[in-house]
Structures are given as C-alpha cells and as structure tokens.
Design a binder for this molecule. Sequence first.
Ligand SMILES: Cc1ncc(COP(=O)(O)O)c(C=O)c1O
Length: 380
Amino acid sequence: MKVYLDNAATTPLDPIVFEAMKPLMLEYFGNPSSIHGHGRTVRAHIERSRSKVATLLKTSPGEIFFTSGGTEADNATLFGCVNSLGVDHIITSKIEHHAVLHTAELLSRQQLVKLSFVNLKEAGQIDLEHLETLLKIPSKKTLVSLMHANNEIGNLIDLKKIGALAHQYEALFHTDTVQTMGHIELDLSVLPVDFLVGSAHKFNGPKGVGFLYINSHHKINPFINGGAQERNMRGGTENVYGIVGLAKALEISCKELNEQKSQILNLKKYMIDQLMKKIPDVQFNGQCADLNDSLYTVLNVCLPPTPHNEMLLFNLDISGISASGGSACSSGSNISSHVLAELNRDPKRGAVRFSFSKYNNKEEIAYTVETLSKLIHPTK
Ligand SMILES: Cc1ncc(COP(=O)(O)O)c(C=O)c1O
C-alpha cells in the first residue's frame, strides 16, 4: 500500500484545478502585459483570479499580490516593513517557519532591526503576557510576525487576540497563514491583520505560486524590480496558469471547507485513538492532540524511546508510507527540527509528523498505525 501522509509539506493537485489551468498552458498563451487581444485575454484571467481570491477572503483585489509562494511573500513582508514602513523592531518566535525566522535574523545581523523572541509555554503556545512586555519596548515601529498554525506541530494562535494586542501598541501584524489558507476560514473584513500569506500547493493547488495580502493602509516598495506587473510591485511575467490554479484551488477548498474539516478531523481522531491503543506511552508534540487548539491536518507523534526510532522514517518509507520527521533521531539525518528543539521534550523520543488531506482514508491510517507499532515493537 502507498500512503501519503505529508500534506503539510505539499498536497496533491486537485484534478479540477488541473483542468482549470490547462487552457492557460495550451490555448491562452499571450503575455498578459501585451496590449493586443492575446495578451488581454490572459490579463483578464489573472484579474478574475485576483478578484476570486479577494472575494473568498472578504477583502479587495487591490490588496492581493501574487508571488512565487509563501517564502517569497514572507520575505517581501519583512523586507518591505523595514525598507518602507520604518520598522526597527521585529517580534517573532523561535518556532516560526524559516521563511520568517531566517529573514528576521538576517535583518537583525544587518543591524536594521532589533529582534525579540516571544517566550513559549510548555507545548509551544505563545506567552501573551511576554508578548505585551515586548510590545512596550520603545521603537520607531514594531512588527509582530507570528504564524497562524505551526507547520510541524499544528499549534494555532488566536489571530484576533494577537492582532488586537499588536494594534493596541501601534505595531504591525504579519501572520504566515500558509498552513491554514483554505483549511480554516479567514475573513479579512474582521481580522486585525496587516499582512498575510498563502501558498497554493498547501491547498491542492500547483507549486510555485502564492500570494501576499497587504492591507491598503500600507504602501511598501516593489519586492521585485524591473517590470510593471502586479501593479508595479513584482516585476516579471506572471505565472499565469499557477495564478489561475491557485484561485480555483482556493475556491474549492473554501467551498468544501466544513466537509473536509470533519472528514480529516475524524481521521486525526482515529489515528490518535489507534496510536494510544497500539503504542503504550505514545505522546504528541505541541498541542496537536488538543483538537480545539490545533490544526486538524497535522499530528506530530512523540514515540517512546526505543533503539528502533533511529531509522523510523526510512522504514516507514520502505513500507510505502510517506511522512516527515523533525528530530535527528527519527529522520535518520543530521538536521534536527528547530521547532521540536524549543519544546520541553525527551530527546531520546522519536518524532514523526503525519499530515492529512481530503484524499486520505481510514484504511491508510490503520495500515500506518499497524506498521508504526511493528517498527517500534518488532517482537510483539
Ligand atoms: C508555514 C509555512 N510557511 C511558509 C512555507 C513556504 O511556502 P512555499 O513552499 O510556498 O514557499 C511553508 C512551506 O512549507 C510553510 O509550511
């Protein structure tokens, strides 16, 4: 059996999305910047896609900028805030995605910002009291950048609460919503968010395309120079079929959101249940087993210390199961997870992240738990 449980890394393309992209690959090939008919047709597809994304997020098309994905959108936000909006203090956390963490660290090394890390509680939750203390540090302008859902452990933050707190201190609020876009409803008409990002391949869209939402109160300098595309903000011929695919994928995800959520949540509950039955002493990293405070697509399993943890991912792979690791001992590589390193956990325990999509089913979960339990207790 082949089982794909690494949907936080990327999701399969929805065939309906592929069908929507096809005409832009074969039929409508004009350059959207050309003023002739071939170009205008393609431009219309881009602008319709932008309007679709804006409508789904309850915002205006002028606030949506297409990018090459989440990493670029995160980079553009942090650099833009520093270069154009006078930000000289960034508050973030040590468990952010590297797209934010490494960019913030670079800006700090270049002495362009003071960098503060908010304290985390035991399971990786944001310490809100400490966040408020950091917001009181005098600065010209502060940016708070905290991800909506952590891609490794699924912890969720309260966007309304954190955005309101940041704004109370006149700070800007950026949130990396790459893991929640299309999975949790995001209503920008009420969320106190200045910058937010999406990446199509995390919601059954194509790879290499994403977007950045910039609240219309803020004007930042172009993030790629050399062309008038994306209203002068991002030079370069647009990834037209990617953009059309992104909008279609988001439309489907938003339409199916409740249905998908209950289907995937059932799989996650079933997996937690089965793991607890088959692997005594199993634990879960972060808040992911707390179904109300975590993203339903992610389950990060913390396995009892056994000599078999070493090659766990490799052996799962041999059995046809694709999942992802994190800690050095479970991945068989030397690269350890910066997220798990921040949690107070026994380093001898293995860690495997399973992440689900609408294409998974109960049989796959049963097979995975059975395989995992045999790998942990080979003599049973
Ligand atoms: C939370 C988060 N932010 C950013 C990214 C990067 O997105 P992209 O692959 O579109 O550059 C990812 C992808 O793994 C992610 O999980």
